[in-house]
Write a protein that binds this ligand. Structure first.
Ligand SMILES: *[C@@H]1O[C@H](CO)[C@@H](O)[C@H](O)[C@H]1NC(C)=O
Ligand SMILES: *[C@@H]1O[C@H](CO)[C@@H](O)[C@H](O)[C@H]1NC(C)=O
Ligand SMILES: *[C@@H]1O[C@H](CO)[C@@H](O)[C@H](O)[C@H]1NC(C)=O
Ligand SMILES: *[C@@H]1O[C@H](CO)[C@@H](O)[C@H](O)[C@H]1NC(C)=O
Ligand SMILES: *[C@@H]1O[C@H](CO)[C@@H](O)[C@H](O)[C@H]1NC(C)=O
Ligand SMILES: *[C@@H]1O[C@H](CO)[C@@H](O)[C@H](O)[C@H]1NC(C)=O
Length: 325
């Protein structure tokens, strides 16, 4: 009798443990598969099959309230050598994937990522992933934030990304990207941050980009040529414009500064004309190493910026540069 009761007790307590387990069995299987594909790295040692993947003891894993499906994966900083495991695509409810500072993370962005159609935040940054920026990222229709900065991605920018109607931030800084900005990028619907600095991008910036109302644009340190006046306009909400170290050539005197603009760096280009109306409202300005002319207006911060914001132009003059002749 007591033995029977004891057995019953064991049966019930086991049932209770598995019932209280929140982790979805499919997600549990996928995460353990990922761990295996990565050769059980120490940074995943907390992914223990005998514990609940939803109880916050699994490093970087969080489950959605109520559904208990894996909602986000955030993994940071390790020297472990690996590639992005294709099985990551088997987490259909994933909304956020964040991989940061893995210098020995190599290989391409796997196609299975295109199955993560609920993804809203995708960051793979400061890694050694290489290969092209794949076209299939254009399938991630819910993506709001795409950060692929500080990697070794090469090739051209895929035109398909402009299909990402929810995209607010596009950050591809510091890769090895070449070729022009696609014309289609003027048709992003919600884009506010557009940064491509430190690449080898070239050609003329498409006029279609005048359609965008960006808050922050950074195209510094590329090989862009010609006009960049499409980023300006008094009706835009832009706060920061960084275009330094390109081969841009346009008349800066003809642009209308956005009303909210605080920061303008166009240094090291072939830009001509005078300083535009309203520069005295800026809190950061660098127009050095261009072909500008005319007298620096008085007022605002213009005199306190110092000569290094203005030097190496054709005939810019007046304080803090020498007097105009
Ligand atoms: C997770 O997988 C392990 C290994 O297969 C298993 O022992 C455990 O019971 C599973 N947990 C859930 C919640 O499915
Ligand atoms: C999480 O799992 C561990 C190991 O099974 C357990 O000790 C701990 O109590 C659990 N925490 C929560 C909040 O359920
Ligand atoms: C713009 O890009 C350049 C080059 O990567 C960088 O030095 C600068 O800090 C960036 N500007 C901002 C505001 O981040
Ligand atoms: C300028 O900034 C203000 C305050 O942040 C904001 O309310 C306004 O909409 C901005 N102007 C434009 C044109 O976006
Ligand atoms: C500069 O700021 C002043 C005062 O806020 C404002 O009246 C003026 O319209 C601004 N100029 C430009 C070109 O934005
Ligand atoms: C402006 O840019 C030039 C060239 O890149 C640089 O030498 C100078 O230090 C910058 N000035 C300021 C104030 O940042």
């Amino acid at each position: 009798m007591t033995t029977k009761l004891f057995l019953l007790f064991i049966l019930f307590s086991h049932a209770a443990i598995s019932l209280s387990e929140k982790c979805n069995p499919q997600d549990n299987k996928t995460l353990l598969q990922i761990k295996k594909e990565l050769n059980n790295p120490t940074f995943l040692s907390s992914w223990n099959p005998h514990t609940d993947c939803c109880n916050l003891t699994w490093a970087g894993v969080s489950c959605k309230y109520k559904t208990n499906r894996i909602q986000s994966i955030t993994l940071l900083v390790s020297d472990h050598a690996f590639q992005i495991p294709p099985s990551i695509g088997n987490l259909p409810y994933l909304e956020s994937l964040f991989l940061f500072e893995f210098p020995h993370l190599t290989g391409p962005i796997p196609e299975s990522i295109s199955k993560l159609t609920n993804l809203r935040f995708l960051t793979i940054s400061s890694t050694s992933i290489s290969g092209p920026i794949p076209n299939f990222l254009g399938k991630l229709k819910n993506l709001a934030d795409l950060d692929l900065s500080f990697n070794k991605l090469s090739g051209t920018l895929p035109p398909s990304l402009s299909q990402l109607n929810e995209l607010v931030r596009f950050d591809f800084d510091n890769n090895k990207l070449t070729g022009p900005i696609p014309d289609s990028y003027g048709y992003f619907k919600n884009l506010k941050t557009f940064t491509l600095s430190l690449n080898q991008l070239s050609g003329r910036i498409p006029l279609s980009l005048s359609r965008l109302d960006l808050y922050y644009v950074n195209l510094s340190k590329n090989r862009f040529q010609g006009d960049a006046s499409m980023f300006f306009g008094s009706n835009k909400g832009t706060g920061l414009i960084y275009l330094s170290r390109n081969m841009l050539a346009f008349d800066l005197g003809k642009v209308e500064l956005p009303k909210n603009l605080t920061t303008l760096d166009v240094s090291h280009n072939n830009i001509h004309g005078n300083l535009p109306l309203g520069v005295e409202n800026l809190s950061v300005l660098n127009v050095s190493y261009n072909w500008l002319c005319g007298e620096i207006p008085k007022g605002g911060n213009l005199q306190s910026f110092g000569v290094y914001s203005y030097f190496h132009n054709k005939c810019l003059c007046g304080s803090p540069l020498p007097k105009c002749k």
